[in-house]
Design a protein around this ligand. Structure first.
Ligand code: AHR
Length: 374
C-alpha cells in the first residue's frame, strides 16, 4: 500500500471530511479497504467532481477513477456527482476546498464559467487536475494539467470514414443527408464533435440538414429521432455524439419502421457514433447497425493517479495530455483513412476482440497490462 510521505500537519477541516470519506469508500468498490481511524493522515485525499451518470462512458470513467484511486493505492477519493449541473460542480469544489483535500479533480460538464472557483482553489493552494472535458480559461495557471480526448479529432476520423465509404460505394457527396444529435451543449465533447462534422460537411459537400439536442442520453436520442424523421424525411445518416444516443435512435428507427444500414441511397439510414465502451455498442457495430464508432476512452483513473504520483514526487507533468483513440467499423473495404496526410487504421471488431476489450472495462483497467494499453 502506498502511503503519502512528508505530509503537513492535518488540517482541522479534514476531521469532517473523514466521515464523508468513510461513506464514500463504502460505495467505491475498492477491494479490501482497511480504513484507518478518522484523523489518520496517511492517504492522499482527492476530491473528484464528476459530471453525472448520463452514459455508459461516464459509468466506466467513474469506475476507473474509483479503482485507480483507492486505499490499496494510497488514496482516498471523495466523489461528488454533479448530475450534469455546473452549479453543483462549483459547490462541490468549494466543499473540497473547505475540507482541505490534497488534490481536486474536475470532469467539467461544460467549458465556460470556471475562473472564479479555480482561483479559489489556487488561493487555497490545492492543485486542480482537469479530466475528460476541458475548461475554457484565459489563465492556464488556474489548473495544474488536463488529460482527456481530442474530441474534434474523433469527429474528423469518423467523418473521414464516411467520406471513404461514400467514395468506395460511388455515392455522390450531395446525396449524403445528415442530422447531428448533439451532446450536452457547451461540453468539449459536443463542441469538438459538432465542429468536426460541420467542417467535414463543408469540405466534402454533404447536406447537413440540422442539429438537434440529444444530451448524451438514450432517452433523448429516442425522443428526437421522431422529430428528425418528421422534419427531415430525406435524412440518410444520423450522427450521434455518443453511443447512448445511438441506442435510442436505433430503437426509434425500428419503431418507425425504418431500415438501418449502409444502402443510404436506397432508403436505409446509417448511424454513426462515439465511445465504444459498452459491449452493446460493439455488438451493434458487428451487426452493421452502427456503421462506425469513434472511440472515446474513459479509463482516466490510472492517468490521474500517475499525474498525482508525479506531483507528489515534485516531478513535472505535461500540461495537456491527449489520449490515443481508435476508430471502429466492421464494414469491409476501408482499412485506413487519411487525415491531413496522417494515416489512421480502422479497427475491426469480432467476438474475441470484444471479450478482450470488455476485460479492460470490467476490471477498471488498473493493472500494468491494461494501463499500458489504455
Ligand atoms: O466527455 C465524454 C463524453 O461524455 C462521452 O462521449 C459521453 O458518452 C459522455 O457523456
Amino acid at each position: 500500500m502506498r502511503k503519502k510521505n512528508n505530509r503537513p500537519a492535518i488540517k482541522p477541516a479534514k476531521y469532517l471530511m473523514y466521515g464523508l470519506m468513510a461513506a464514500s469508500l463504502l460505495l467505491s468498490g475498492c477491494a479490501n479497504s482497511d480504513a484507518e481511524s478518522p484523523g489518520s493522515d496517511d492517504y492522499v485525499v482527492v476530491g473528484f467532481s464528476q459530471v453525472g451518470a448520463e452514459s455508459d462512458w461516464r459509468a466506466a470513467n467513474t469506475e476507473s477513477m474509483k479503482t485507480a484511486l483507492c486505499e490499496e493505492t494510497g488514496y482516498k477519493l471523495i466523489i461528488e456527482d454533479a448530475q450534469q449541473k455546473q452549479s453543483n460542480q462549483i459547490t462541490a469544489v468549494r466543499s473540497f476546498i473547505q475540507q482541505g483535500v490534497d488534490y481536486i479533480v474536475i470532469a467539467p460538464v461544460t467549458e465556460v464559467g470556471w475562473e472564479t472557483v479555480l482561483a479559489e482553489a489556487k488561493d487555497a493552494g490545492i492543485p486542480v487536475i482537469i479530466v475528460d472535458r476541458m475548461v475554457s480559461v484565459n489563465d492556464y495557471s488556474l489548473f495544474k494539467c488536463w488529460v482527456g480526448s481530442d474530441f474534434k479529432l474523433e469527429a474528423l476520423k469518423v467523418c473521414e470514414w464516411l467520406n471513404s465509404f461514400a467514395k468506395t460505394n460511388h455515392i455522390d457527396s450531395r446525396d449524403i443527408h445528415i442530422v447531428n444529435i448533439q451532446g450536452t451543449l457547451g461540453a468539449s465533447a459536443q463542441i469538438g464533435r459538432t465542429e468536426g462534422l460541420r467542417e467535414s460537411a463543408t469540405k466534402n459537400g454533404w447536406d447537413l440538414l440540422g442539429e438537434v439536442q440529444g444530451e448524451f442520453t438514450k432517452a433523448k436520442g429516442y425522443e428526437v429521432t421522431f422529430e428528425i424523421l418528421d422534419k427531415y424525411p430525406n435524412v440518410n445518416v444520423i450522427y450521434c455524439e455518443n453511443d447512448n444516443e445511438a441506442f435510442g435512435v436505433l430503437e426509434a428507427l425500428e419503431a418507425s419502421g425504418k431500415t438501418v444500414g449502409s444502402d443510404i441511397t436506397g432508403g436505409e439510414i446509417m448511424v454513426l457514433s462515439f465511445d465504444g465502451v459498452k459491449s452493446d455498442a460493439m455488438n451493434l457495430l458487428m451487426d452493421g447497425k452502427i456503421a462506425c464508432i469513434g472511440e472515446c476512452n474513459p479509463l482516466h483513473g490510472p492517468r490521474v493517479r500517475a499525474i498525482i504520483d508525479s506531483l507528489e514526487n515534485n516531478q513535472p507533468v505535461d500540461k495537456l495530455t491527449y489520449v490515443d483513440e481508435e476508430v471502429f467499423s466492421t464494414f469491409e473495404g476501408i482499412s485506413n483513412i487519411d487525415l491531413n496526410g496522417k494515416k489512421y487504421s480502422i479497427s475491426s471488431m469480432d467476438d474475441e476482440k470484444l471479450l478482450e476489450r470488455q476485460k479492460l472495462f470490467s476490471i477498471g483497467a488498473y493493472t500494468n497490462e491494461t494501463s499500458d494499453a489504455y
